[in-house]
Design a protein around this ligand. Structure first.
Ligand code: SF4
Length: 408
């Protein structure tokens, strides 16, 4: 999701006449798009932002920065001393801005801009304001994203596009910060998604990835006034006939697969608790849909899965993987967390067992770290760091062997 956001933002700036540069020293605007899912990623972002402080050397002694936040729903007092350089703009954007913007601003006086994920469409306008008025801009409010964000046609990889179908998440897995930084689940309209895919096809794009925190949660129910008889003709439309229909992820996937010009579709991520056999059937039947699914199981222990609020058991997962293999005959990948609070050796061995049984093509294996606001943050982080490291090393080694011998 963050990659797509960065690509989108780049498109918005290119549309305004900016160009991208290789070195931060040469840039007029530096934006660090951040992820809050793991503390390691946050620490790297903080260190990177800190390193940009030296780039704000005095350039123009006549410029002054007003110590006031004019565009802000969250009012922070600005204690930084006036700096003579308003030329280079440095911003913290994305999930960390939403989650820790206030705290980071207090420590990093060289930041000009702090904007959460819901307001990326406004960033070019904020940059203009900073330039013209010498102010600092802070907007970390949650909110519905503007469709404008899905308009830029700039793509980093030729022939390939990621298409966002939903943002946020309402599942509240106990370890996960996403619902707190990206907000609740919000689904785009099927028509808007189809239109975006078609615009991509017109650009020569043939491969797409549909993106959502959990794609299976996707649903669209139009307001009741859109299906009245008097409006039905127009609203049903002649092009896609999706304007007035309810749509689940499976239905959306079928619509996208029906678009002429698209040759390959995949999607990420799927939560095991609502990944359906119906989805596998559609994957099996369409030659356009990639025969691969990323299905995070996180833990093999039912007790730990309960603490994680995942909504399935280890057996449910193994059954799902078996049905997927039977129907789709494709490959699987997964995410695993080791060292979750209260994870015993026996819990860990059950996780190892699923990794061995399911035969994943690849797996992302993480050591648990508490994330602010989450339910698990209130649990005692009681697996020692060396033990997390040991379990992590064992699973990495095991998965390496599996990936090497995986013939699927
Ligand atoms: S499904 Fe769970 S892990 Fe995935 S984004 Fe939502 S809360 Fe986080």
């Amino acid at each position: 999701m963050n990659d797509r956001d960065s690509e989108t933002l780049l498109g918005l700036f290119l549309d305004k006449g900016y160009s991208s540069v290789e070195n931060p020293e040469d840039a007029d605007v530096i934006l660090v798009n951040t992820c809050s899912v793991r503390d390691h990623a946050e620490n790297r972002a903080i260190s990177l932002l800190g390193s940009y402080k030296n780039l704000k050397e005095p350039q123009n002694p006549k410029c002054k920065i007003q110590n006031k936040s004019k565009i802000s729903n969250h009012k922070f007092s600005d204690t930084r001393p006036p700096t003579p350089d308003a030329r280079k703009i440095i911003g913290l954007i994305g999930c960390m801005a939403r989650n820790r913007g206030e705290e980071i601003l207090k420590k990093m006086h060289h930041l000009d801009l702090v904007v959460g994920p819901a307001h990326f469409d406004k960033i070019p306008e904020y940059v203009d304001k900073i330039r013209q008025e010498g102010i600092r801009v802070i907007n970390t409010e949650d909110g519905e994203r503007s469709e404008i964000l899905y308009r830029p046609l700039y793509r980093l990889e030729p022939g390939y596009a990621q298409v966002v179908i939903s943002t946020g998440c309402s599942n509240y897995c106990s370890y996960c910060v996403v619902p707190f930084v990206r907000g609740p689940l919000r689904c785009r309209k099927p028509k808007d998604i189809i239109d975006e895919v078609k615009r991509n096809v017109d650009l020569g794009i043939r491969r797409i990835t549909l993106l959502g925190q959990n794609v299976n949660d996707y649903h669209h129910k139009p307001p009741s006034h859109q299906v009245t008889k008097s409006q039905g003709e127009d609203l049903r439309g002649t092009r896609y006939a999706v304007h007035s229909t309810n749509a689940s992820f499976v239905e959306l996937l079928k619509m996208v697969a029906g678009i002429e010009g698209i040759e390959e579709i995949d999607f990420i991520t799927s939560h095991p608790k609502n990944t359906s056999r119906e989805l596998f059937q559609v994957m099996a039947e369409s030659s356009k849909i990639k025969k691969h699914i990323h299905l995070p199981f996180q833990s093999g222990s039912n007790r730990i899965l309960g603490l994680m609020n995942r909504g399935y058991t280890g057996k449910d997962y193994i059954d799902l993987a078996r049905d997927y293999r039977d129907l789709v005959k494709g490959t699987l990948s997964t995410d695993v967390i080791v060292g979750f609070p209260q994870e015993t050796e026996d819990d860990f061995l059950q996780t190892k067992d699923i990794l061995e049984k399911v035969n994943f093509k690849y797996a992302y294996i993480f050591k648990y770290s508490p994330r602010p606001n989450t339910k698990a943050c209130s649990f005692k982080d009681d697996v020692p760091a060396e033990e997390k490291q040991r379990r992590h090393r064992i699973l990495l080694g095991l998965q390496k062997q599996i990936s090497l011998t995986n013939k699927l």
